[in-house]
Design a protein around this ligand. Structure first.
Ligand SMILES: NC(=O)c1ccc[n+]([C@@H]2O[C@H](COP(=O)([O-])OP(=O)(O)OC[C@H]3O[C@@H](n4cnc5c(N)ncnc54)[C@H](O)[C@@H]3O)[C@@H](O)[C@H]2O)c1
Length: 366
């Protein structure tokens, strides 16, 4: 897979204790990489990081990326081959209650990452994760392309847009025409679902918490549509981007969207119904109730156009909607029963996903 590129390589993952970081750790471990994690905390209780005992499988630094000197020390002593930068205050609702932490972690933290990359004097490939929310959401029906305007009306979106501007300005000022041996790319994705997420105010987490207590889940915007995708989709995109950056200097400094197939644009209610069909445990009599209260403004439809990833990286999403929801529901249902080693189960889900991608001809499977 990925032409064996990651085997034996040292990879720093920032935000490794979070939802996507835990999955990426598992995938890279399965590819034979040595993982070094940098995170300020374990962001939820329970957490996938602890449930899978990932702390015993990697070297983990408990460091805040706003601490520029601690970050620099880690990079200069570890000298990684790859960086996947995921650390961020990633919850939209928290950006309303704690805008300063959101901006300092997401924008200033990214600036510190760029400072560290600027000092690297060894070959290093960096994949920097922002969000679909980096786009200025003008609520149109078309998918956003990589050259559309960046912006944000809520602080989370604004902080991710700010991270993009910082990356771009550092790239043009210090990387593009210099001999810094770093190549970097930006990954934008959103509406990610999958087992192991326990973050606050995310629809799947709300469903799982309610149903595990045999309660109805409260939903606020039943007809809101989102292009749901399994967490392994953007991760396969980030790993593909890392692989392509290592062979193709033309991609240096480029941003890529990673999103699901078009037919996965479904309503919240549709997601609930599909989840209930795959829920291999007791369900409450009313799986959901609709409530009026809207605690914070959330932007409407935001769809990504992923033609650039298809054209330049030959990357495409693997799972259809049914497979996406079934993989998500089964992870939580198995976890709830408490009888299965969740590290092994997660590794099996990665293998199933990769096998399916290979069957569908994904180039990264070679
Ligand atoms: N989950 C999604 O649906 C989604 C969608 C779009 C983009 N993203 C982006 O993907 C990345 C990972 O998201 P996630 O869902 O895994 O988030 P998460 O909340 O599960 O985990 C966040 C991680 O970042 C770390 N972190 C936060 N602030 C930090 C700081 N100042 N210093 C060091 N570490 C810090 C936390 O310790 C944790 O490891 C984020 O950049 C997020 O913005 C996520």
């Amino acid at each position: 897979m990925f032409s064996g590129l990651y085997a034996g390589k040292k990879v720093i993952i920032t935000g490794n204790t979070g939802f996507k970081g835990s999955w990426l750790t598992c995938w890279l471990l399965s590819l034979g990489a040595e993982i070094v994690g940098v995170s300020k905390d374990i962001p939820s209780e329970p957490s996938m990081f602890n449930e899978l005992s990932l702390g015993t499988k990697i070297r983990n630094y408990n460091v805040d990326i706003r601490d520029a000197s601690a970050l620099s020390e880690i990079f200069l002593s570890e000298k990684p081959d790859f960086l996947f930068h995921l650390a961020a205050q990633a919850i939209v609702s928290v950006s309303y209650s704690n805008p300063i932490e959101t901006i300092t972690s997401n924008a200033v933290g990214t600036m510190n990452i760029m400072e560290v990359l600027k000092k690297a004097d060894w070959p290093l490939i960096a994949v920097l994760i922002t969000s679909d929310k980096s786009y200025d959401n003008v609520e149109w029906v078309w998918g956003y392309k990589e050259n559309d305007a960046i912006g944000g009306k809520d602080v989370y979106s604004g902080s991710k847009a700010a991270a993009e501007v910082i990356i771009k300005s550092y790239y043009h000022s210090f990387f593009k025409k210099s001999d810094v041996p770093v190549r970097l790319g930006i990954g934008r994705a959103g509406n990610v679902i999958g087992g192991g997420d326990w973050a606050k105010d995310r629809i799947i987490v709300d469903i799982v918490k309610a149903w595990s207590e045999e309660r109805s889940v409260e939903i606020r915007s039943p007809d809101a549509t989102r292009p749901w995708q399994h967490v392994l989709e953007p991760l396969s995109g980030y790993l593909t981007l890392g692989q392509n950056l290592s062979t193709n200097p033309e991609l240096d400094g480029e941003a890529f969207n990673f999103g699901p197939r078009a037919e996965q644009n479904r309503t919240v209610v549709d997601l609930l119904v599909k989840m209930s069909e795959s829920w291999d445990a007791e369900l409450p009599a009313n799986p959901y109730v609709i409530v009026d209260e809207i605690p914070f403004d959330e932007a409407g439809l935001l769809k990504l156009n992923c033609d650039k990833a298809l054209f330049e990286l030959k990357w495409d999403a693997t799972y259809d909607y049914r497979e996406t929801v079934a993989a998500t529901a089964s992870w939580y249902a198995v976890n709830l029963k408490g009888e299965t080693n969740m590290f092994d189960f997660t590794m099996d889900q990665i293998k199933l996903y990769s096998d399916q991608a290979a069957k569908r001809g994904a180039i990264w499977c070679r």
